[in-house]
Design a binder for this molecule. Sequence first.
Ligand SMILES: Nc1ncnc2c1ncn2[C@@H]1O[C@H](COP(=O)(O)OP(=O)(O)OP(=O)(O)O)[C@@H](O)[C@H]1O
Ligand SMILES: [Mg+2]
Length: 204
Amino acid sequence: MTSGAASSAEAIKQAKAALRQEVLARRDAADTASRSRHSQTITQKLCASPAYRAADVIAAYASFGSELDTSAFLARILADGKQLLLPRINREQRALELRHVIDLGADLVSGVWGIREPAEHCPILSPTKVGFMLVPGVAFTAGGARLGYGGGFYDRLLASFDRRIARVAAAFQLQMVDQLPEGPRDERVNMVVTENQAVSAITT
Ligand SMILES: Nc1ncnc2c1ncn2[C@@H]1O[C@H](COP(=O)(O)OP(=O)(O)OP(=O)(O)O)[C@@H](O)[C@H]1O
Ligand SMILES: [Mg+2]
């Protein structure tokens, strides 16, 4: 790597850290009632989307902190008779395993950072059958650029995914930014849903 490339990578890293801090502070400051109301609106939009309806296997995540509350979405996936996969952190490999969850009460345990994740007894499933993947993140642009939490976990997971899988971000409008710093390994989403915006399909 040339020193120019190294310093540009460092600049991107710093710009990401600054934006992450700014957007998380904004999200943490939002009141609980509006977060809960917006979560319901977003869940309805997700479930009404053609990509959701067409998918038999859905990968999603259990929310934490001031994130959009995904619990109603997860329950709806199971109620709709779809297969639900949730990520479990594999620390040695610094990777996410997608595991099959059939019972949101019995199958989830508290994992790293207190985030609920599938227990060891849940089978690991190959992501090849996934038709719709809900991707978490801190900030997004209308064009599908994504700023995550800083581990590169979703960048690595998404890089191994078939391009045809619907990668969907659900976020509060306050997480939307005009532009964000992107490096060569950052993966984009192809749909962003917020409480204000109609589901926007992004062609990449
Ligand atoms: N496909 C990859 N292979 C190896 N390292 C990667 C890959 N994707 C990202 N990384 C590394 O992971 C680190 C964190 O990346 P970044 O800051 O973009 O995380 P993030 O997108 O915010 O996190 P996440 O995806 O977990 O939400 C960086 O050092 C980045 O180079
Ligand atoms: Mg990234």
